[in-house]
Design a protein around this ligand. Structure first.
Ligand code: ATR
Length: 271
């Protein structure tokens, strides 16, 4: 939580909109999460965000879970309703969708299969977002096949097929794909590099890395070199905050150049 950018993000919007409020980091141990959440309405909070390791546990602690959060299997945003009850939502899928739309407006769900690297919590949100915008074939590449199979089981629909690939088969997953998204931690500062032969990926396919430290990962640098549209993880980080702010304070907010600059300034030391 100490590395969370959410306080900077929401404080920026509070200043910009003139809303009289504060966004504060609140550490909570897993065994105290329920008590901590139940205290929020009493203390006058409108809601909160949850970060690792609380996102899954919150599903069974809140009074109502929005269907999308249930499908994804994680709650990252809680809205406190006027009667003091807690509603769990997931805004990561929205954040991914809006970030892609912002960065590559020309991309369409009909561009071809989407290849997703990774099968953790972030992958589940990305897969849900892509299924919801109408991608009909999603290919998940993951080290642990059982996790990818669980996503296929939970998130495939009559309109969206989900198939699972091992890393040895990644070249097959990239063939004719219309989008590539890295949701693994590979390529992040302090993690092993993500080395991938992009040759099978059609050059028109956008390459998205949800990692934002460093801003330009090895994957994005390689993709840029081959002429792919590239999208870094900052957009998703910013856009996922919007639905929470709007629900808590009833005021719409935007992702502006000024906001990006403010967040990038906080990321600079880790680039
Ligand atoms: P998050 O919730 O942020 O998605 P996560 O659930 O820990 O985080 O998922 C991390 C992803 O990175 C997983 O897909 C993980 O693969 P496994 O499911 O096999 O664990 C992937 N990952 C992390 N380190 C990896 C490595 N060294 N090699 C391959 N995949 C890796």
């Amino acid at each position: 939580m100490t590395h969370s950018r959410s306080p900077v993000l929401h404080s920026f919007w509070l200043d910009e909109t003139g809303v009289d409020g504060a966004y504060v980091p609140l550490p909570a141990r897993p065994q105290h999460l329920e008590q901590a959440l139940r205290a929020l309405p009493i203390l006058g909070f409108r809601g909160c965000n949850l970060t690792i390791p609380h996102k899954q546990a919150a599903l069974s602690l809140v009074d109502r879970v929005e269907p999308l959060a249930r499908r994804i299997g994680a709650v990252n945003t809680i809205v406190i309703r006027p009667d003091g009850t807690l509603e769990g939502r997931n805004t990561d899928a929205f954040g991914f969708r809006e970030s892609l739309r912002d960065a590559v407006p020309a991309w369409k769900a009909t561009a071809g299969p989407a290849a997703i690297l990774g099968a953790g919590g972030a992958a589940r949100a990305v897969v849900a977002a892509l299924a919801d915008v109408g991608v009909t074939e999603i290919r998940i590449v993951n080290r642990t096949l059982a996790r990818a199979e669980a996503i296929a089981c939970d998130l495939a629909t009559p309109k969206t097929s989900i198939t699972v690939y091992s890393w040895e088969e990644v070249g097959v997953a990239l063939r004719f794909a219309g989008l590539l998204v890295n949701t693994t931690s590979l390529g992040m500062v302090g993690e092993p590099a993500l080395t991938l032969d992009l040759t099978p990926l059609p050059p028109s396919a956008p390459v998205v890395d949800i990692v934002y430290a460093p801003l330009e990962t090895g994957l994005l640098a390689a993709a840029r070199g081959r002429g792919h549209p590239v999208v870094n993880g900052v957009g998703m980080l910013l856009h996922q905050g919007r639905p929470g702010f709007e629900a808590w304070f009833g005021t719409p907010v935007r992702v502006t150049h000024e906001l990006r600059a403010a967040i990038l300034a906080t990321l600079a030391p880790v680039q």
